[in-house]
Design a protein around this ligand. Structure first.
Ligand SMILES: C[S@@+](CC[C@H](N)C(=O)[O-])C[C@H]1O[C@@H](n2cnc3c(N)ncnc32)[C@H](O)[C@@H]1O
Length: 284
């Protein structure tokens, strides 16, 4: 195929259309200072679709659902790590899970991450909970990771990691790595099959109802709220609330806070929230 010359100048009018399109589709608000980032991310889509300017690309985007998927993959930022933000994993290990076990639940603990990206967060949760399963007969868990981007859901589902991401994990939590990751440098590493069998991934937009059989004990909604306006953050939290048990835990990202928002959650430790009625229930 002969490549036609590309005009990648994005006019303010087409930028505004893309901003609206992105918001309607994902809830993400692209700020004016992110225009050049958007152009650079979309250049490869113009090339892949053999469209030569943003006018043609927008027309294609609005009429072709396959391209919409590629667009979501292009506009989302998927940076994640194993054992990211150690303090949240310490809170789970030292506070939440021991209390949950002590309360004598006779069902698996249910955990959901609503923006799980390529899976590292979910597999970290698996390793942390597996430590308890081995030590406490009767304790079990189920974890689901969801994300709006089908590309990252596929990567998470395969669950094979290599390179820098593995090196960083080996440094941040050598014990968990040694105990639960199987593989080698050449073929990559994945969590062992005991943990994998308790984890699943699926595509989901955090603004849409999440249909599940039961509600969650822990919801992670980390490093995604930053892409939303305050109003949209409130809707996303209200939506997560519908799937979270009244005594459940909500965990957000290191550069996020719910304090300026109108929600039903109160901060109980840095980045950790509980429903404002929770203490009342405890005391009753
Ligand atoms: C920076 S990553 C955060 C990954 C992980 N939670 C962490 O903190 O390491 C943000 C993720 O949010 C996802 N995302 C953006 N908008 C979303 C939406 N409306 N619903 C679900 N996921 C969304 C992106 O696809 C991306 O994978």
């Amino acid at each position: 195929m002969i490549e036609r010359p590309m005009d990648d100048n994005l006019s303010e009018a087409y930028f505004a259309e893309l901003v609206k399109f992105t918001h309607d589709l994902t809830g993400i608000t692209i700020l004016p200072n992110r225009k050049s980032m958007l152009v650079s991310r979309l250049r490869s889509r113009l090339r892949a679709t053999n469209t030569t300017n943003f006018n043609d690309y927008l027309r294609l985007l609005k009429s072709d659902s396959g391209e919409t998927e590629h667009y979501v993959n292009a506009v989302t930022t998927n940076k994640t790590l194993f054992y990211r933000t150690p303090r949240i994993w310490s809170y789970l290990k030292d506070e939440f899970v021991p209390a949950w076990i002590k309360a004598g639940h006779n069902r698996p603990m249910e955990v959901w991450s609503g923006a799980s990206s390529t899976g590292e967060e979910i597999y970290t949760a698996g390793m942390v909970l597996e430590e308890f399963r081995k030590k406490h007969p009767g304790f079990d868990y189920r974890i689901v990771g969801t994300d709006i981007s089908d590309r990252v859901v596929d990567i998470a589902d395969k669950g094979i990691y290599s390179g820098r991401i593995v090196d960083m994990f080996k440094t941040s939590s050598p014990d968990l790595f040694a105990k639960y990751m199987v593989g080698n440098d050449a073929d990559g590493y994945s969590v062992n099959s005991d943990i994998r069998s308790r984890i699943k991934f699926q595509r989901h937009n955090v603004f849409k109802p999440f249909q599940t059989r039961s509600k969650y004990d822990v919801s992670l909604l980390r490093n995604v709220l930053i892409y939303f306006t305050h109003e949209d953050q409130e809707s996303a939290i209200a939506n997560v609330e519908r799937s979270l048990r009244p005594d459940g835990l909500l965990i957000i990202g290191e550069s996020e806070t719910l304090s300026p928002l109108q929600t039903n959650y109160v901060c109980v430790a840095p980045l950790i929230y509980r429903h404002r009625d929770y203490k009342v229930e405890q005391a009753a």
